[in-house]
Ligand binder design. Structure first.
Ligand SMILES: [Zn+2]
Length: 117
């Protein structure tokens, strides 16, 4: 059983009290240059998801509480959550540093953008 805690309203419960929304932090290719998005990039955005063994970043919805979406970082091997954070927020820095695959690049770019502003 997975135990979750909504970072918005504080509701706690198991996974049946929440709705899993799939991979978090998926980069939308059309954001910067919509006229030049390849079919392959759009296909990957819509259908291809990263499913690593270990640290995974996910979206969840608080069904029994506030109804808001939020992010969670979960270890898929230990089946335990490492962090819950808001839908517009980034995970704790130590988890961003452990991220692999497309998340590693995503978090590196987001941290660079935040440092500039
Ligand atoms: Zn909630």
């Amino acid at each position: 059983m997975l135990v979750l805690k909504c970072p918005v309203c504080g509701a706690e419960g198991d996974e049946t009290d929440f709705h899993a929304g799939g991979q978090a932090h998926v980069r939308r290719p059309a954001t910067s240059d919509p006229a030049h998005v390849s079919d392959e990039a759009q296909r990957d955005y819509l259908f291809i998801r990263f499913n690593p063994k270990g640290l995974h970043f996910e979206r969840w919805r608080c069904d029994r509480g506030c109804g808001k979406w939020f992010h969670a970082a979960r270890d898929t091997v230990a089946l335990e959550f490492k962090a819950f954070y808001g839908i517009t927020e980034l995970p704790p820095k130590d988890l961003m540093e452990q991220a692999k695959g497309p998340w590693a690049e995503y978090f590196r770019d987001r941290l660079k953008a935040e440092a500039k502003s």
